[in-house]
Write a protein that binds this ligand. Sequence first.
Ligand code: SF4
Length: 181
Amino acid sequence: MKTDLIALAKSFGFTNAEWIDASQIICDRKFREQCAVNACGVYGKCWMCPPDIGDIDELIAQVKSYSRGLMYQSVFELEDSFDFEGMQEGGREQSKRSRLLDEALRAEGYEGYLHLSKGGCGVCSPCAKAKGEPCRFPDRALSSLEAYGINVSATVKSTSMKYINGVNTVTYFGIILFRED
Ligand code: SF4
């Protein structure tokens, strides 16, 4: 594949995108405990979130089975540090960009990759899990970096991206993991 994936990601509005080696990805199984606190309110309510997404050690092993990843971020401006509506709006926009990027990847013929975005799948609202029904779009469903145990703040330290991008901003990340060289 010769597609410039950094340019492709930026075409969907992501602020930055960068190739990283799998060895740069730092995982921590403690993220499962943080998910269980359910600060986002999605724990146990989405097939792509814990605990339904699977055992944390198996998911971390899956992450480590890839050789490199395209990490990307979106930085959104907020009115102030209490602008929770702005944070949610940014989160929805990040999920939308990730879904569009994923569609573009599939259209380009990419397969066998693992695409992780921000918390909660976001394809359906609510997730079919709410009715105890199977996932409606398993080919389009997206899980999150944290659900797979990726420590984003530690991982970005070895990249040109910053985890925090100034006062009155919120930053969301995603990564697409590939096995090819
Ligand atoms: S695609 Fe829909 S049903 Fe499947 S995990 Fe995502 S939100 Fe849930």
